[in-house]
Design a protein around this ligand. Structure first.
Ligand code: TUI
Length: 314
């Protein structure tokens, strides 16, 4: 067992959080991860409030264990989705792509734990002051919308800056990553890409297969001109996106070009025109396996590494 303050804070067995990915992190995956002792996280994305409520109810029917809803702050439905989290007494709310400071008091009043995803020390400090219970420090190796600092330097700087538990994310997909994160002072890890290739994840098999086949240089970032860079597996869609940006096409057209592309990859399995968001850890993902098996493998590998490292110390 690896037990950290994050396990106590959230009432989970293993310090492993599943990334709340839009379209990907649905009730099926969330129930499997929470039942396996990690924290399953529903990805609200831009989904309408009724869809999110239905997902929450499905998770509650599938498990008595803690789970979370991740709300990206650019969702047009942020307020309504947070209201639903309160009504449904969701145990934990995670946020991404912005500062949730204004929403924290209301969520805390309702007894909900709040875990923002941050990509900088400054925001981590601000959100600790605003009442966050923990933060996910997410490096630019991650998939989807990213910041500009890598995980290895970001995590220890956030650990030094705040007293609440820090969850490391970005580039982590196995026991070595978990052991490394703990060594950096993190209280746990969040993994997205690894869990896309969980058996229970409803993402299209074409998308999963592309992650399994991916090597070290398989991902690329696009969207820097919009201020919202996104990391995804390299494919004709991403190449076209980068080409349009280089041509200096307007931000509006770039955003329009991106709209609906994630759904195309995840739901339709379109690996040519879809945006297969994935982190650099795709190169470490070599199979599709049940969430329970993934979690057990990662924890037991990390345990063995952490125990054996003391052999190096003289
Ligand atoms: O949010 C994410 N990753 C995401 S959200 C997403 S949905 C999407 N769909 C289509 C196109 C683009 C996105 C896909 N991936 N990760 C958490 C995260 N948050 N990464 C970086 C940040 C972040 C960045 C700036 C958090 C806060 C922030 O603060 C700015 C400020 O207000 O200080």
């Amino acid at each position: 067992m690896i037990v950290t303050p994050l396990c106590e804070l959230l009432g989970i067995q293993h310090p492993i959080v599943q990334g709340g990915m839009a379209w990907v992190s649905t009730a099926e995956l969330v129930v499997a991860v929470s039942e396996a002792g990690g924290l399953g996280v529903i990805g609200a994305g831009n989904a309408p409030p009724d869809f999110v409520r239905d997902q929450v109810r499905q998770v509650k029917n599938g498990t008595d264990r803690p789970f979370a809803v991740n709300v990206p702050l650019f969702s047009p439905f942020v307020e309504k989705v947070l209201e639903i989290c309160i009504e449904e007494q969701v145990p934990v709310v995670a946020t991404g792509a912005g500062s949730p400071a204004q929403y924290i008091p209301r969520l805390k009043e309702a007894g909900i734990k709040v875990i923002p995803v941050v990509a900088s020390v400054a925001l981590a400090k601000r959100l600790e002051r605003a009442g966050a219970d923990a933060v996910v420090a997410e490096g630019m190796e991650s998939g989807g919308h990213i910041g500009d600092v890598a995980t290895l330097p970001l995590v220890p700087q956030v650990v030094d800056a705040v007293s609440i538990p820090v969850i490391a994310a970005g580039g982590i997909a196995d026991g070595r990553g978990l052991a490394a994160a703990l060594t950096l002072g993190a209280a746990g890890v969040q993994m997205g890409t690894r869990f896309i290739c969980a058996t229970e994840c409803i993402a299209h098999i074409n998308y999963k297969d592309k992650i399994v086949q991916a090597g070290d240089r398989a991902t690329e970032t696009a969207g820097h001109s919009t201020g919202h860079p996104v990391r995804a597996l390299r494919n004709p869609m991403v190449r076209e996106f980068v080409r349009l940006e280089k041509e200096g096409v307007s931000e509006g057209m770039i955003l329009e070009f991106g709209t609906g592309k994630l759904r195309l990859a995840v739901v339709e399995g379109d690996t040519v025109n879809g945006s297969m968001m994935a982190g650099q850890s795709a190169g470490l993902v070599n199979d599709i396996a049940p969430a329970r098996e993934l979690i057990q493998r990662i924890v037991s590998d990390a345990e063995a590494i952490l125990l054996s490292l003391s052999d190096c110390v003289r």
